[in-house]
Every structure is written in C-alpha cells, then in structure tokens.
Design a protein around this ligand. Structure first.
Ligand code: ADP
Length: 511
C-alpha cells in the first residue's frame, strides 16, 4: 500500500481540523515528525512512513479526531506509546496514515488493592505503573514483557506476554472503554451500566463479551482499560534449569507442560536458546569475530564462557512458603526423573531486597539483543502458537533452525510453555545497514510463515510488513474468518478510517 492512496487535499483538511481540536502544538507533520513516528527498526524507514501524528489528551479529543478523520476520509493509526518494537513500532501498515498518539493520556485511574486490578489510560507505561505501585509498597505485582518500554494497555491489546503468573496480558483485560470509528463512546461488560460498580471484576456480564473485540483489531480506539494484577505473594522461589544439547528441547517441554497444566508451575516458563542469552550480554564480536553463521565450536565456547546451557529456563513460584516449598519439591523430583539437573532453589521472603523478588520489574535490557551483529540493529519476531507437545515442539525447532541456517542467520528461539499452548518466539536479529542481510531476513520470514502454516500453526502476532501473508494462513473455509472480520469492519467503520490493514483487516474502500 502506498501513500498515494491518501488524498493530499483531504489530508490538508484533516490537519486543519486536527489543529482546531488539539491546537497547533500537538499536531506533528514535518518531515522530521514523519521520521520520528516511523518504524525505527525498519530496513527502509519510508515503507510504512506515516503522514505525521496528532496527540490527543482526552476522550473528547479522540472522539472529535475520529469524526474529523471520517469527514475527510483520512486513516488514523492509534498508538498508546508506540514502542511495539519488532512488530512495527509506532508505524502504520498503510503508509500515509496519521498516527493518533495517545501517550499523553497517561493517568492511572484506579488501583484496587482489595480486588486486585488497575485501571489505566493508554499512555501509562510499565515504568509509570511500577513506580506508582512501588510508592504504595507493592501491594499488587505486575507482569511485564521482556522489553518493557511500552504501555500497559498497548501491550495487553496486542496480546503481549510476560514470564509471570499473570503473563497472558490480554487474558487479564477486564473492562474497556473505547471510541468507535464513528466517534461514539462505549464501555464493555458491566461498565455498560452508567455507574457500573463491577466494570473491572467480571468477564461474564450480560450479553456478548467485547473486551477481546479490541485486541489486535481495528474496531475501536481504547481510552481506558482495566487489567487484573497479582496480589503480592508472601514469598517466591526460583530454580534455574539448563539443557546442555539442542535436541534436549523435547525433554524440556515434556517436563513443564504437565506441571503447568496441573498448577504446580505458576507461569509459562520459557526455554531460551543460548544465542538469546548471549545477545543480552554483548554483541557477537565480543565472543567471535568471523563472518557468516556462528560456528558450532564458537557456540560451545559461548556456553562455557557464560556457564549456560543450549536451552535455559527459570521457574518461579509465588505464594505462602509452605505451599511453594511443596511445589518446589515436586518440580525438582520431576526434573531429576527426566534427567535434568535441578540445583537448589533460591527463596525470597517479603522484606528482602525487592530487586530479587521475581516480581515483574520493567527493564529495557532485552533490547541489547539488537546489537548482536553490530551496526544499527533491529529485530523482528516470528511467533507461532502451538500445542504444548514435546514432539511437535522438537519438530518446529528443527525445521526453524534449519531455515535460519539456510538463510545465514544465527538461531535464537524461545519456547514459552503453557499447560495447553506453547508460544514459540523466534527472534531474528539483524544489522539494518546490511542490505544482503535484509534480503535474507525477509526470505527467512516468508519461509517460516509457509513452513509453520503447513505444520498447522499460525503466528499469534506479527510485524506490520507481514500482516497480510500471516492473515492468509488463517484459511479455513476459504478465509471465512477474514470475511467475518471484514463484515464487522464495514459495519463499525464504514468510511474505513481506523488502522486499515491491521491484522490483515482492510475496510471496503482499500480492498
Ligand atoms: P506500546 O505502547 O506497548 O508500545 P503501541 O502503542 O506500539 O504499544 O501499540 C501497539 C499496537 O497496538 C498499535 O500499533 C495499535 O495497532 C494497537 N493499539 C495500541 N494502543 C491502542 C489503543 N489505545 N486502541 C486501539 N489500538 C491500540
């Protein structure tokens, strides 16, 4: 999709309307602004370059901006903080769309310590919420994604995950306020009662549940979001596990799956390959200075130097000490029975250094991985969801690693093991200034989409470059799901102004 599809006269009228709604100071449409809202990890900043941005500060402004977009037919792309790195950052699918920047709507509206939830505006960052809860003495614990630069709401809406008991962030969403493309304001569930007291405590209100309607969709702009948080536990226990060989992954999945399903393990524990761990320590040149794929012996040296396995996992338990100590014994025994060395657990008790607590503490350390090859770095994630099945995971790993090697990219994968589903996160690291690598990374990504589709899985989330090809893989009954999405899109957004192309959902006029 090119920017030419956006009428430039209409765009000029939209900018006038936007200035009237939010004032000159919150309209950003210089060339520099266009670049600063582009995908900072893109090989080509122009491929999804927005026309600029407009920042809303309250719900009325959001409503009026959507009405102005409908009147001028200019598409808007909402972002909460725009740190969706590896998936497109703040950039739109459709080049020439205007970014609707919600980062200034950053009030924490409620922390309910008794019922265990928070209510946030979209611009509240993980760091904001963490600081707020820290001031209160950490009565509730958060789950944070590996790189926690972004917003609580944006990440949950995109179905981000964290290695915490409440780590399925979309599943914790309870009660949303959203502006529909025509500018009307709705509240979901029990929030639809004018002074609804149960807005953020139940998924099961009257009639259909619409919270998930706003996840990974382009059906509304979320202006307020309730999210369940974990009550602070009395203690935590931590176990570090390693698998020495690549082929051990089946063993690792088989260990975690039943323990997770039966509630012995409290969270989706991830097996992370050693390149991932090494990339958090330093660039590849710190370990090996050659060109091309990292050779086997250099890999072995890295593992020895860092004292890590081919696969590495951390299991954390949360709760009263007598409960988690009993769980720890069961897990250690299961690991030993599987031939996996289980060292001693570390225990944290309330009052100890909070930094060691295994609470979700926001950090940007994981972003270090983009320096792996040197140059201006970037990463893109390929993340299919599959059953938590040891054999299927082993096959997925072998197939994926062979593809990485075919295209000359160092394999970095992680398997986040749930009781039923496993998220296979494959990070593809690159140097943005290496055009040959760009070609290979693109070919690798396309091959992974096809291979994974053939295996019967699909990605749970994808980069803006691949939203259509990934949507193509959801092909039951001649893409019936796409038709359903389009029917909804046309009903809610007849002019086609909200995030066209997101998740492969295009409004009628762009199809
Ligand atoms: P983060 O704030 O975590 O960095 P982003 O703001 O980049 O996340 O959001 C990621 C994607 O989620 C956006 O590109 C957009 O498609 C969608 N999104 C984010 N916030 C909203 C919102 N408030 N309403 C609707 N969609 C949103």
């Amino acid at each position: 999709m090119t920017a030419e599809l956006i009428d430039q006269n209409a765009l000029a009228r939209f900018w006038d309307a936007a200035r009237a709604i939010v004032g000159e100071a919150r309209v950003f449409n210089s060339e520099q602004d266009q670049l600063s809202y582009a995908d900072q990890m893109a090989f080509d900043l122009k491929s999804h370059a927005p026309a600029g941005a407009v920042a809303a500060q309250n719900v009325d402004e959001v409503r009026n901006l959507l009405k102005a977009a409908s009147a001028t037919r200019v598409p808007l792309w909402p972002i909460s903080r725009g740190k969706n790195l590896g998936y497109g950052g703040s950039a739109p699918v459709q080049a020439g769309a205007v970014i609707l920047d919600l980062s200034r709507m950053n009030r924490i509206l409620e922390i309910n310590t008794a019922l265990g939830y928070c209510v946030v505006e979209p611009g509240v960052s993980f760091f904001d919420l963490y600081d707020f809860l820290a001031e209160m003495g950490h009565p509730l614990w958060m789950s944070v994604p590996g790189n926690s630069w972004g917003s609580v709401a944006g990440n949950a809406l995109e179905r981000g995950v964290g290695p915490q008991p409440y780590g399925d962030h979309a599943a914790q969403i309870c009660g949303i306020e959203a502006v529909l493309p025509d500018g009307s304001l709705v509240r979901t569930g029990a929030g639809a009662i004018a002074d609804g007291k149960a807005f953020h405590v139940t998924h099961n209100s009257y009639g259909p549940g619409w919270d998930q309607l706003f996840c990974q969709s382009n059906f509304g702009v979320v202006t307020r979001l309730g999210l369940w948080l974990m009550p602070a536990p009395e203690a935590t226990m931590t176990l570090e596990l390693q698998l020495p060989e690549a082929d051990d992954i089946a063993k690792g999945i088989a260990l975690f799956q039943p323990l997770r399903q039966r509630g012995i393990i409290d969270h989706d524990a991830a097996w992370v390959s050693y390149v991932g761990i090494a990339s958090y320590v330093g660039p590849r040149s710190m370990f090996w200075q050659g060109e091309g794929l990292l050779p086997e012996d250099a890999g072995r040296e890295i593992r020895q130097k860092l004292g890590i396995g081919w696969w590495n996992a951390q299991v954390n338990l949360y709760g009263p000490e007598e409960v988690i100590a009993a769980k720890a014994r069961i897990i250690s025994a299961a690991a030993q029975a599987a031939g996996i060395a289980a060292p001693d657990w570390l225990t944290w008790r309330k009052g100890d250094d909070f930094g060691l607590s295994r609470a979700g503490i926001p950090s940007t350390r994981d972003m270090m991985m983009i320096d792996w090859y040197g140059g201006r770095g970037g990463h893109i994630g390929f993340s299919p969801i599959m059953p938590s099945d040891a054999k299927l995971a082993a096959e997925q790993f072998t197939r994926t690693r062979e593809r990485y090697e075919e295209f000359g990219v160092d394999y970095y994968g992680a398997f986040g093991v749930g009781g039923r589903q496993t998220v296979a996160v494959n990070e593809i690291l690159y140097d943005r200034d290496d055009s040959d690598q760009q070609r290979r990374v693109n070919a690798l990504f396309e091959a992974l989409i096809q291979d994974t589709h053939q295996a019967g899985f699909g990605e749970y989330r994808t980069h803006i470059d691949y939203m259509d090809p990934v949507a193509d893989t959801f092909d039951f009954n001649g893409h019936a799901l796409r038709r359903l999405n389009q029917t909804l899109k046309d009903a809610l957004d007849p002019v086609g102004i909200l995030a066209p192309g997101k998740q492969g959902i295009w409004p009628a006029r762009f199809r």
